[in-house]
Design a protein around this ligand. Structure first.
Ligand code: AHG
Ligand code: MN
Ligand code: MN
Length: 340
């Protein structure tokens, strides 16, 4: 890239200000605080192994999952930075049981939902991890902030995105007018526009699912996986199986290359594993903005009305034609079960 053409995130946000739903730059301030926090987490991730931040914290979160040290560090960094932005009244985090109310910000209108570190199981083995965020506004900023204000459908997100700490560090986000990707130039510590207007292919050749659980999947999902693996020259099958175990890394690859990511319902977990408010909704918002689709198997992810902060939903997300077919096959199975 010629250096005269480099566009930093800062510059991009200023240039796009006119497209934002708020002209006062409130969202820009939130992005600045997210960017700063991500740079700090990125610095810590790059030092993992050299300083004592690998391994378990010795505690569990609300979902009973073991917290890694970096989960807790990332949570603290993002909460502190977002709190300082002066624009955010409430933060929902995977690592906090309840809503975090920002002190002195009860009149602010923004709410951020986040997974401060996604892919925790990959931290200790040097595979890609990331931070996921969704931004909402309160309907009535004059009233006291409440949990109810947070339980909004994903379609009301004003912005959403993720930072991926991978072989390079990237920010991918949308404010509802397309999706753009920025890569961190380590030497100047600036995110620079590297992937303008990301569009995901309507058809892909990758399927991503934890096949170890295959026998627990609904018949329709098992059928779709068999379809992906069947040989057929005309449709370029078999597809490639790719599954890292970090939603961010699996989603990011499929977004750029085309593919489908599935975390289906199982007998043990009828709502799957992924969390609606800071995993599924974020990815659903991004993928739709890039021309793809996201479904729970029964409805559009962005139309689900959350009833609790840490709610889980099944998710089929990625290339539009692949998601449509997988959901059709799932419901064929439901139809057969109902008829039987
Ligand atoms: P987190 O590390 O934030 O708890 O999320 C882990 C999630 C998600 O990133 C990934 O797609 C999924 O767990 C993998 O689950 P399985 O190990 O059950 O396949
Ligand atoms: Mn996660
Ligand atoms: Mn997490």
């Amino acid at each position: 890239m010629s250096y005269s053409k480099v566009i930093t995130l800062e510059q991009y946000i200023v240039d796009q200000q006119a497209l934002y739903k708020d002209a006062q730059g409130s969202l820009s301030k939130i992005f600045r605080s997210l960017e700063l926090a991500a740079k700090m987490v990125n610095r810590d991730v790059r030092k993992a192994g050299l300083v004592d931040i690998l391994g378990n914290q010795g505690s569990t979160n609300i979902q009973g999952e073991e917290q890694k040290k970096l989960d807790v560090i990332a949570n603290d960094i993002f909460i502190a930075s977002l709190s300082r932005s002066g624009e955010v009244c409430m933060i929902i985090s995977e690592e906090n049981d309840d809503v975090y109310y920002v002190e002195g910000a009860e009149n602010e209108k923004y709410i951020v939902a986040m997974d401060p570190l996604d892919g925790s199981s990959n931290i200790d083995v040097n595979a890609s991890i990331g931070t996921i965020f969704s931004i909402y506004t309160r309907k009535n900023p004059m009233s006291k902030p409440t949990v109810e204000d947070c339980l909004q459908k994903g379609k009301h997100q004003v912005a959403a995105g993720y930072f991926i700490y991978g072989s390079s560090t990237m920010l991918v986000y949308s404010t509802g007018v397309g999706v753009n990707g920025f890569t961190l130039d380590d030497s100047i510590q600036e995110f620079c526009l590297s992937h303008p207007n990301i569009q995901t292919p309507a058809d892909g050749k990758i399927f991503s699912v934890n096949e170890g659980n295959l026998e627990d999947f609904p018949q329709g999902v098992q059928d779709y996986i068999s379809f992906c693996k069947a040989k057929d020259k005309a449709t370029n099958r078999p597809y490639s199986a790719r599954y890292i175990g970090s939603l961010i890394a699996d989603f990011h690859r499929n977004l750029l290359k085309g593919g489908i990511f599935i975390y289906p319902p199982t007998e043990k977990s009828p709502n799957g594993k992924l969390r609606l408010m800071y995993e599924c909704n974020t990815m659903a918002f991004l993928v739709e903005q890039a021309g793809g689709a996201a479904s729970t198997g029964t409805e559009r992810v962005l139309d689900v009305k959350p009833t609790e902060l840490h709610q889980r939903v099944p998710m089929f997300v990625g290339s539009k034609n692949m998601v449509d077919l997988a959901v059709a096959m799932l419901n064929e199975e439901f139809a057969t079960a109902v008829l039987a």
